[in-house]
Design a protein. Structure first.
Length: 660
């Protein structure tokens, strides 16, 4: 009896401790003053407390004695209607709550050691960002473990308020942008769209809002449709705020916690909760495939296009994570809930890893941050010499997880979702998803190539404490690699979970394929690393020019010929040669009469050199199709499409041109 009471206490303390601590930091963070050690210790302890409570609940679920439940009080505003301020923990809630607590702990610990600091470097008032992140964690955990549907809706709206405060007015003490306010208004409207069907469901249930006391007849497809529309609209606020609002100025850790930890999981949790209630009557997810499939496909292709256009590493990662969530929506539309949950679990590892790597890569390439005590002075960031290679490996691991390569815990579910689209004859959605996936992969490759080409603005020194910012991404990369090599660890947990929640149906992910693919992913990753090392090694071999009397001969004529052949003269690199003769007594007499040697020119092929033969062959078909030469309107449209494809290939070549 005492053990069950302890688990009930863990159930309540998990949401309330970070929520109360976050509210205190948000309001009174300035009171810590210069006591940095006390300030950071308090934040670390509060983030750790949420994780400890979830681990304590894990022991309770392992014993299986009783479902943790604690009712604080009941509020009845009108007769025959009651709202229970109660918390109840089952496997569905724990499936979302444990990754959120672990993610919050890792991200808060990362922010405490990140350079530059997320507060003084970004002009954020003291305590505000940690307070809002802890409040977001507490409200999300309270929503996951709430036993009352109306209270669950209330926690969703409280999370929306935290999201709005993070979008500007709660961090820097200033008014928010108009776009942020409009996004919050849309979130409130989506909340009322959710509340209306919930009230109808509660009225059908006799006024009781406890979801464990609902009859399956209270939920139908129409009410479920309105709930899904509201949750999808709330989830869409994350990329919307990244494009137009102030969320784009947040540190990457805040992006990861808001998007991957709270917004996207809650968009799945509430419909899944209703699906469990009505599991004996109808498969609601399959019935709503007409809504889920287009939303998922459009999310993937739009997020991939936005990521390809974006130059900021953190904002690009936000679009990539949104595109990866589109595959979760597609799996829901196909009725394959195990595949959706497995992809969401993989995204909870790969998404934050990519966010943190993008943040550190951006810090590595950015100019030295200004000293807050003296704005005219710059303080270069000190990193160990091996910091960048380890960071690059972590970035590639996160990129493989987002794209869905074999070395990731959710790759089988990703490709199974694409296969189910073809099997169900959804070729349009399949095409959009594949194109969007290609755009996402291209954006990741371009971002990594830009990181390799840009010089880093950090100092290499041996200092053990400078490894601390890399602990969180390295831990996530190690977890992703373990789950990729032995994905049965994830599949076994999901199989046990779905077996105890019968509404999710049989699992369709064979363990043999998972194990084989995990080792194949490891071999593939090692091969890619070996190939990259070989290319890096061979590019260091440079041919030395022949000197004769201290001057170069033949370089000027060769450069002139290359300039005439190339249509893009801007891509020819011209460097001044500093050699004006030998320092020898024999040549000193004629040094004054010697002219400086011609500039050393490094000839390179331009973009036009690659596509000139193709353009010449397209000249005759162009005359037949273009309306200016008597062609048809349809031919003119086709010509425009071909020109657009040509410009894309030219743009890609220009992006990779320095590496050729």
């Amino acid at each position: 009896m005492n053990n069950t009471f302890v688990y009930d206490i863990f159930l309540v303390l998990g949401p309330l401790v970070p929520l109360i601590a976050g509210a205190g930091l948000f309001m009174f963070g300035w009171a810590f003053g210069r006591r940095r050690w006390l300030y950071q210790s308090f934040i670390f302890a509060m983030a750790l407390s949420g994780l400890v409570c979830q681990i304590g609940l894990a022991f309770g679920f392992g014993e299986g004695t009783r479902t943790p439940y604690l009712n604080l009080f009941r509020w009845s505003p009108v007769p025959d209607f009651a709202v229970d301020v109660a918390f109840r923990g089952d496997l569905l809630s724990f499936f979302f709550g444990l990754p959120l607590s672990a993610l919050s702990f890792l991200l808060v610990a990362y922010l405490l050691v990140r350079q530059p600091g997320p507060e003084r470097g970004d002009g954020i008032e003291r305590g505000r960002i940690y307070g809002l992140l802890l409040m977001a964690e507490g409200t999300a955990l309270a929503a996951f473990y709430s036993a009352d549907l109306v209270l669950l809706w209330g926690w969703l709206e409280a999370l929306g308020l935290c999201f709005y405060l993070l979008a500007g007015p709660g961090l820097r003490g200033a008014s928010s942008l108009k776009a942020s306010y409009q996004g919050y208004s849309v979130s409130l409207l989506a909340g009322f769209i959710i509340l209306a069907p919930l009230l109808v469901i509660i009225s059908r249930n006799g006024g009781s809002a406890r979801y464990d006391q609902f009859s399956p007849a209270t939920v139908d497809t129409l009410l479920f449709t309105f709930v899904v529309i509201g949750t999808v609209a709330k989830a869409a606020q994350f990329p919307f705020q990244v494009i137009f609002g102030e969320v784009k100025n947040l540190p990457a850790a805040a992006h990861a916690l808001i998007g991957v930890g709270t917004v996207f999981p809650l968009a799945i949790y509430l419909p899944a909760r209703l699906q469990i209630i009505a599991a004996d009557r109808v498969d609601l997810f399959s019935a709503l495939g007409w809504l889920y499939l287009p939303v998922g496909a459009l999310t993937i292709i739009c997020a991939g296009g936005l990521a390809l256009r974006e130059s900021s590493a953190v904002q690009r990662t936000a679009y990539l994570v949104a595109g990866s969530f589109g595959f979760v929506v597609l799996a829901l539309g196909l009725g394959n809930l195990p595949a959706a949950l497995l992809q969401l679990l993989g995204l909870s590892v790969a998404g934050p890893l990519l966010f943190l790597c993008a943040d550190l890569l951006q810090i590595e390439n950015a100019p030295a941050p200004p000293d807050p005590q003296n704005a005219a002075k710059s303080i270069p960031i000190v990193r160990p010499a091996l910091f960048r290679p380890v960071l690059a490996i972590c970035y590639l691991t996160g990129a493989s997880g987002v794209v869905g390569l074999p070395l990731t815990p959710a790759y089988t579910a990703r490709w199974q979702t694409l296969g189910d689209l073809l099997a169900a004859n959804h070729r349009l959605y399949f095409g959009l998803a594949v194109i969007g996936l290609g755009l996402m992969a291209l954006a990741l490759v371009l971002a990594f190539a830009a990181f390799l080409q840009q010089p880093h603005n950090t100092q290499d020194k041996i200092y053990s404490r400078r490894w601390l910012p890399l602990f969180a991404p390295a831990g996530l990369a190690g977890l992703a690699a373990i789950l990729g090599i032995a994905p049965t660890l994830t599949s076994d947990w999901l199989a046990s979970f779905t077996a105890r929640v019968p509404s999710f149906g049989p699992q369709r992910l064979p363990n043999s394929v998972l194990s084989t693919g995990g080792w194949f992913g490891l071999v593939l990753a090692l091969s890619l690393f070996a190939g990259a090392a070989l290319i890096w090694r061979t590019q260091k071999v440079q041919p030395a020019p022949a000197f004769n009397g201290g001057m170069l001969f033949g370089a000027e004529a060769e450069a002139e010929r290359k300039l005439h052949l190339s249509r893009n003269k801007a891509l020819v690199v011209i460097e001044e040669n500093e050699a004006h003769g030998f320092e020898d007594e024999f040549f000193k007499v004629g040094l004054r009469d010697m002219k400086p040697p011609p500039p050393k020119v490094e000839p390179r092929l331009s973009v036009s050199d690659y596509f000139a033969p193709l353009l010449e062959r397209l000249t005759e078909p162009y005359k037949l199709l273009n309306t200016a030469y008597g062609g048809s309107i349809l031919g003119k449209i086709l010509i425009k499409v071909l020109e657009f494809i040509r410009r894309i290939f030219e743009w890609i070549t220009e992006r990779f041109y320095p590496a050729l």
